[in-house]
Each structure stands twice: as C-alpha cells, then as structure tokens.
Design a protein around this ligand. Structure first.
Ligand code: C5P
Length: 211
C-alpha cells in the first residue's frame, strides 16, 4: 500500500517548497501537477497551436511525459498564463488527471500538489493539506523572488496577476480550487516555511500511525 499526501492551494502560497520538503524528509516521490498543465501549454505554444481548441489541447495533454517535467523551463510567466487557460477544459483535465493518478500509485508514497488533488485526483488520500496565504502576501513573495533572481518586477502587476489567477482557478466549473471537506488548512501568511513544515509533519505523522 502506498501513502498519498495531497497538497492544494492557490499560486505562490508556498505549497511547492513545502511539498518538496515533505517529499525529501519522508522519502516520497513528488509531483507538482501545475507542471503537467504548464507542459501541455508549452507544447501548444511551441507548435504555434491555438489555446482555445479543446481537442487539440487534449491531444497534447495525452502526450505529456511526467518524467520530463523541467521546472526551470516551465516556470515562465507566459506559460503559467497559458496553463490556466487550458486548465478550464474538461478533456485536458481528464487526460492529465489519469496520468497523475497513475503517479499516485508509486511506492512507498507520494506528495502531489496542485489545485484539485484532495477533491478530485486523490479524494481518498490519508493526508490532505490546503496551503493558503493572503493575496498581498503571495504577491509580495513572488515579487521578492523575482528581485532576488536579479530581474525587474512591478508589484502592482504581480498582485493583479495573482488575483486574476485565483479568480480563474476558483471560478471554473470543472474542478475549481477549493479545500476538500477533510483538508487541514495551513495559512502561511504569517508563518515561515519551517513553521509550515512543522505543522504539516504533525498531521502526517499522526496519519502514518493510523495507517
Ligand atoms: O501551480 P502552477 O502555477 O504551476 O499551475 C499553473 C496552472 O495550472 C494554474 O494556474 C491552474 O490553472 C492549473 N492547475 C490546475 N490544476 C492543478 C494544478 C494546476 O488547474 N492540479
């Protein structure tokens, strides 16, 4: 039996860092499902194909190779924008969710993060975390990250983008972003990544004891 930790939350809430940290500590495989939507979007952009043709996007989603997801290539802003557009398409979601569920079978355990993991992809996961933070805080983190990498950024543009992405992710009809009924909420607005990890560990260790 494998053990699944489902982590959901809005963009820039800290779930990526937290997920990697948990996977490393517990020796589990990690899948950032946002990268599967991003890889599909990038393949469409690279091929010069439209982002509003569901059948074409589904074809690309079916070809995504989960072992070849490169965060450094896929993190570009334009790819994130395109990803959130194709993520509203049920056929794209069906194709990617199937691949994500297959990943969740891996032994000895997996940490899977995204928007719909606890609600749709792995509804039976023994641990579900919903990691969030106030939109201003998330925008500020993204802004600081970009400055730290030596690039220029405009806070107001980033803030507007965070809110737009939230609207799109929470407002879509298929698999909107929301906490599963049995998810533990972790608000990281005033919490360091270390404190968030400590809080998550307590929840995970309790679930592992029951397992
Ligand atoms: O998390 P990340 O910003 O990489 O995700 C890119 C986009 O992919 C999100 O804005 C969201 O629209 C979509 N996504 C999704 N379901 C997931 C993961 C990501 O719809 N499980």
């Amino acid at each position: 039996m494998t053990f699944t930790i489902a982590i959901d939350g809005p963009a820039a809430a800290g779930k990526g860092t937290l997920s990697r940290r948990i996977a490393q500590t517990y020796g589990y495989h990690h899948l950032d499902t946002g990268l599967t939507y991003r890889a599909t979007a990038k393949a469409l952009l690279d091929a010069g194909l439209p982002l509003d043709d569901e059948a074409v996007a589904e074809g690309m989603a079916l070809k995504v190779d989960l072992s070849g997801l490169d965060r450094s290539v896929l993190s570009a802003h334009a790819i994130g924008e395109a990803a959130s557009k194709i993520a509203v398409m049920p056929a794209v979601r069906r194709a990617l969710v199937e691949a994500q569920r297959a990943f969740a079978e891996r032994e000895p355990g997996t940490v899977i993060d995204g928007r719909d993991i606890g609600t749709v992809v792995c509804p039976d996961a023994p641990v579900k975390l919903y990691v969030t933070a106030a939109p201003e805080v998330r925008a500020r983190r993204r802004y600081d990250e970009i400055l730290a990498s030596g690039k220029e950024a405009d806070f107001d543009t980033i803030f507007a983008d965070v809110k737009l992405r939230d609207e799109r992710d929470m407002g879509r009809a298929d698999s909107p972003l929301k906490p599963a009924a049995d998810a533990h909420l972790l608000d990281t607005s005033e919490m360091s990544i270390e404190a968030a990890f400590e809080a998550a560990s307590v929840i995970i260790d309790a679930a592992l004891k029951k397992d």
